[in-house]
Design a protein around this ligand. Sequence first.
Ligand code: BGC
Length: 274
Amino acid sequence: MATTGQSAPHVKARRDKPAEYPERFPVPDHLVGWESAYPAYDPPYYVSPVVLENDSSRNPAGWADPEQLSPADAPQESLCGALRHDERGRALNSAGRTGLAGRGLLGKWGPNYAADPIITRINRRENRLELLAIQRRDNGQWAIPGGMVDRGELVTRTLARELVEETGVSLDMERARFIYQGYVDDPRNTDHAWMETTAKHLHLDPDMAEQLEPRAGSDARAVRWLPLTAETIASLYASHCVLVKKALELLCQGGRTGMSEADRQLVQALLHVV
Ligand code: BGC
């Protein structure tokens, strides 16, 4: 199982934030880890009204935990392993300080689980590699069509469900290749609520991909086969750049993809510039 999946400390979770969040308390690189003493650390507390409205103990259709969570109900572990807790029994971000206390826009205390279906193809006409991507409604950025794992749902099911909901494309994600499982450096993360994901990759046969008819659904403003270039990969949402790069590296290593040598070279050329 992966740890934080990153060798450097998280960046977006300290530097970026959704507009409605207060400013984050500064956290220098060497003070990210909870094991480093930071006596002056005094992050503002923020929980979005949307999260409070969706308290599942008061609203049967809600997707969020109650604001008061008893320490006995606090998560003890996540995909990253055993969790630390603060003096009030709240689970602490497995990647360290973020400069913000509370849950922000995330519903669950502790890890909030997502699943990311990475779908790629070679566009024969343009001779380029493309990613099935959505434009997120919340911030307009291009992203993998992922989403949140429902309570008790198997991740493979989430991968296929989110793909259909966001792009209208139905694929068997059971045969997708495992890419990553663990922490995500996401701008919504806080000290007490953060994103963790499971990503799997399917590289489609060009003719089969040609027959799919993607259409934007639920959380997507638009959907398209996004040409993968150094620029488009770097500007993907949250940690999606890292996930896509890892998928391409594994694709190049071959195995059961049945890729031609020419296609492999195309992917390899891209990996040299990202
Ligand atoms: C997105 C996933 C993403 C996760 C963490 C979720 O809202 O749907 O694609 O990996 O957040 O950033």
